[in-house]
Structures are given as C-alpha cells and as structure tokens.
Design a protein around this ligand. Sequence first.
Ligand SMILES: N[C@@H](CCC(=O)N[C@@H](CS)C(=O)NCC(=O)O)C(=O)O
Length: 183
Amino acid sequence: MASSFRSWLTTDGQAGPDGALGFKAEKGRYHLYVSLACPWAHRTLISRQLNELQDYIDVTVVEPIMLGNGWELDDPLYGFDFLYQLYLKADVNYEGRVTVPVLWDKQTKTIVSNESSEIIRMFDTAFNHLTGNVDDYYPKDLQQEIDTVNARVYETINNGVYRAGFATTQEAYETAFSNYLIR
Ligand SMILES: N[C@@H](CCC(=O)N[C@@H](CS)C(=O)NCC(=O)O)C(=O)O
C-alpha cells in the first residue's frame, strides 16, 4: 500500500520532488521511529549511519513484537505507548496503515515521511551542508540502475517475504518464493 506522508527534507525547506512539501534540514529537529525487525526501516538506519546523521537525527526503536494495537513503544517525545498515537497526532483523521519507519518533525509536530525509499534519498542530500558529508549514494549516472535493482528488491524481497509469509494458499506461497529465487 502506498505510504501516506510524502513530504521532503531539503536544505532550506524548499519543495521536494514533484512539489512535495519541503521541511528544512536542521540539527535535532527530526526523530526517526524504526523497528529492528523491519527491512524497510533497516535502510533508513543504514542511510543515517552512512551519511553521519547520528548527531542530527535521534532514533526510537519500537518493541520487537507487534500485537493487537500495532507497534508498541516507549515514546520519548510524547509518552505514547503505541505508534498509532503518533499518526493520530499528525492527523486526527488518519485511517491508513501504521507503519515504520516514521520520520517525525518535532517543530511542526507532524510526520514528514513514512516512505523509507524516500527517507534514504533525503538523508543522502539534505544535511550535506551541515555534516560536510557529501557521499552520494544515488549518483545521477547510476540512478536508472539503482531504480531497477530497487524495484526488484522491493517486489521480491521486502514485499516478497510478506507475500510468502502471509500466503493463504500453497500456490501463492510458491509464486512468491519462486519469484524471489529466479529473478
Ligand atoms: N512503504 C513503506 C512500508 C513500511 C512497512 O510496511 N513497514 C511494516 C514493517 S516492515 C509495518 O510497519 N507494518 C505494520 C502494518 O502494516 O500494520 C516503507 O518502505 O517505508
């Protein structure tokens, strides 16, 4: 399912790609919520590390097991017990899926993004002028190839484990499993 919050961190708060609402990159302003059991959240943690953002963006790790009320956590910002409370703080009418990762803005008290593929792009560039780290993990000449690999990883691995793991028929399981193997 498509992620619901698709704003963008930028150097000075200007709009992101396709006119996405811009949020200015600032030290200490943003907070990342992740689960260590989530392959999508993993890449935001890796990207935070590679781009040397540990002192710029704090992290909260949710509890490992997700039960009836969704992700549980010991929230350092608002004392919430469940991640859905954070989503409702961002949007009282929110009815979508409550997923990690979540990139939260402490200043305007809202979710910047809950789409990991975009969070890692922001981390790659938005803070370069502050950190001095200009390593580029999405160089122009490789973008097409990266997008192709990413589409395969998304389809057969990140999403594939769900299609296999939650399959309700043997046939659905076999399809998910063989897509993972042969592509
Ligand atoms: N498109 C999202 C997907 C994130 C996602 O599906 N996260 C899972 C954990 S790996 C989740 O939080 N699921 C909770 C649910 O669907 O209720 C992204 O890549 O950030």
